[in-house]
Design a protein around this ligand. Structure first.
Ligand SMILES: [Zn+2]
Length: 395
């Protein structure tokens, strides 16, 4: 056997055509070795790059604030145009922006849910009928919708469909087309209770935008969780993450026990489309007041105060703009109490004056972000903003 196979190999190589192959292979090998060597010579030694304070990351004891390359642009607080800080609404004649670079980040293109070709009729907001009843019953059965199936596709049903789609990995547009309905009736769809747990430390900013289809999976109507004598909700049906809303409830109850009351939520969850709407409204406003301005210039001015769609952490459902009706929030007893105690309930004041160069946002005393009690304590005791926390903890 040995001999015959060796002879077979020799016979193979003696074929003049095939003799070229080993020669070619040898040449490739030489080239590979050479490129590998030259790459090694230019590659920085990874050991040299290990940060000196990497091991200190997990410690709770205050350590020197790490040097983080500051974000070049600092933007005016979102909400300034709503007067959270006592400021005016969008200024009539805004000062011309010094042409900042808005760098609109490209987002994953959403796949529009195809119109039903066979079987089910596409159902969306405004639809009525028996097929809406059937869909609502299925959504109720899986825990996405509360109440009775009334055959009326309103905003509650739309939210339920969006949640169902988000949990089940479908394009979350709130429109029930063929794909959505087929999965909904299949018996193999994930129930609301099987939704993946929210990442309470998700970092969202201008450098880390969320995709167009991102939808947090555990949203509730704030007004369904927190009674109106504890918290006023400025815009009806404002939603937020369930766990964060429950923490907010505990926090406000304790504030009230401390004789600090009269809280309002001005904004919480805002989806991609809602954020885009804010951008569009602002652009329209600038154009109206400055007929000569190009769209690009209006957009640049807008991005000074409004986060581009996908870059606002309101999209996570974990952020609340807490205000006091009718007055500027900064300096109120409510603001002081919340700033002193919010970490005990898992919240941080997300944008402070001290961290403007890191977060890229001017201070927003009203913007509270839920991160969970443990992270909130570490961030507060170490004086770290979320960007620093994520970097220090290697998340
Ligand atoms: Zn906010």
């Amino acid at each position: 056997m040995k001999h015959s196979s060796r002879r077979g190999a020799r016979a193979l190589f003696s074929d003049p055509l095939l003799r070229v192959i080993p020669a070619g292979l040898a040449l490739i090998a030489v080239v590979l070795v050479f490129t590998g060597l030259s790459r090694l010579m230019h590659k920085p030694n990874p050991d040299v790059l290990v940060p000196a304070d990497a091991s200190a990351a997990a410690e709770l004891t205050p350590s020197p604030v790490p040097t983080i390359t500051p974000t070049p642009a600092v933007y005016a607080p979102f909400g300034a145009q709503y007067g959270y800080g006592g400021e005016e609404l969008i200024p009539e004649t805004p000062t011309p922006a010094p042409t900042p670079t808005p760098s609109p980040t490209p987002f994953a293109t959403a796949t529009p849910s195809p119109a039903a070709q066979t079987g089910y009729r596409t159902l969306k907001k405004g639809s009525t009928g028996d097929d809406v009843v059937r869909m609502q019953q299925a959504l109720i059965g899986l825990g996405y919708l509360n109440g009775a199936a009334d055959g009326d596709f309103g905003s509650g049903t739309q939210n339920a469909v969006t949640q169902f789609q988000a949990v089940n990995g479908l394009s979350a547009d709130g429109i029930a087309g063929e794909k959505t309905l087929t999965l909904l009736y299949s018996g193999s769809a994930l129930a609301a209770s099987e939704a993946p747990e929210m990442d309470y430390l998700v970092l969202v900013n201008r450098d880390r935008p969320l995709g167009k289809d991102y939808v947090p999976t555990d949203l509730v109507n704030i007004g369904d969780v927190i009674p109106s004598d504890v918290l006023a909700v400025k815009y009806r049906n404002t939603q937020a993450n369930r766990v964060a809303t429950e923490a907010l409830y505990r926090m406000l109850e304790d504030a009230i026990a401390d004789s600090v009351s009269n809280f309002q939520v001005s904004s919480a969850y805002r989806g991609y489309a809602a954020q885009q709407q804010l951008v569009d409204n602002s652009v329209a406003n600038y154009r109206k007041n400055n007929p000569g301005w190009s769209t690009e210039r209006c957009l640049s001015a807008t991005y000074q105060t409004v986060a581009p769609a996908g870059t606002s952490e309101h999209m996570t459902g974990l952020a609340f703009d807490i205000t006091v009706p009718g007055v500027s929030f900064s300096g109120t007893a409510q603001q002081k109490w919340l700033h002193e105690h919010c970490y005990e309930y898992g919240f941080v004041v997300r944008f402070t004056a001290e961290k403007e160069s890191i977060t890229g946002f001017l201070a927003e005393s009203w913007h509270f972000r839920y991160v969970g009690v443990e992270a909130a304590q570490v961030m507060t005791f170490n004086n770290w903003c979320l960007e620093e926390y994520v970097e220090k903890m290697g998340l």
